[in-house]
Write a protein that binds this ligand. Sequence first.
Ligand SMILES: CC(C)(COP(=O)(O)OP(=O)(O)OC[C@H]1O[C@@H](n2cnc3c(N)ncnc32)[C@H](O)[C@@H]1OP(=O)(O)O)[C@@H](O)C(=O)NCCC(=O)NCCS
Length: 192
Amino acid sequence: MKYVDPRPVELVTPRLVLRNFVMEDVARVAEIANDPRVADTVLSIAMPYEVSHAEEFWKKQDVWWREGKAFVFAIAKRGVEGSEGIVGFTGLHVRGADDSAELGYWLGHAYWNLGYATEAARAICEWGFATRGLHRIFAHHMANNPASGRVMEKLGMQHEGLLREHVKKGSEYRDVHVFGVLKRDWGLGIGH
Ligand SMILES: CC(C)(COP(=O)(O)OP(=O)(O)OC[C@H]1O[C@@H](n2cnc3c(N)ncnc32)[C@H](O)[C@@H]1OP(=O)(O)O)[C@@H](O)C(=O)NCCC(=O)NCCS
């Protein structure tokens, strides 16, 4: 098992701080994730999303950090202390053999269309390329979620394809778009 130093990491952007998700945050996470508008386009968010689901998420991501499998950050507003500042989450799920990682993110509905997802995703991609030895970062979004596709475009990711009915959300098969960016392209200024 690869050991990754679990000491807290903070990534600061103009309006946000990406910080470790701590156990004290679980009630806040349930509060913003327990919303069909958020859950509809995220496979890992069930409805209803209870505090127990947020606790499970906290436990899993803690293990993932330690094993180097995924790096999950709470996205919080700068200057707002504690769980109240949390507006959403972003993470990189690592595929170690390929030096690649899948980018994910979600925000509470009250915080959409303010540029927060793009700001947070840009910071975590920068960190992933600069400090985690990543060669490629990719992301998926359901075809009924164009806002997420727009975030990927704004990051400078390339559209790489459409996976037909690739995921099942509830009883419905959904098409999924794939985007990706290579470190050498990011280094050319893409994403900034
Ligand atoms: C997808 C999501 C993360 C976007 O977060 P956000 O902070 O609103 O994203 P940003 O503000 O950085 O960018 C959103 C972009 O999408 C655009 N957009 C919003 N709704 C849109 C729509 N229906 N069709 C096309 N574009 C849309 C916005 O105009 C903006 O683009 P612009 O800056 O060019 O104007 C957020 O909507 C969310 O959390 N959704 C639920 C969970 C989810 O789907 N997560 C992603 C799974 S892949």
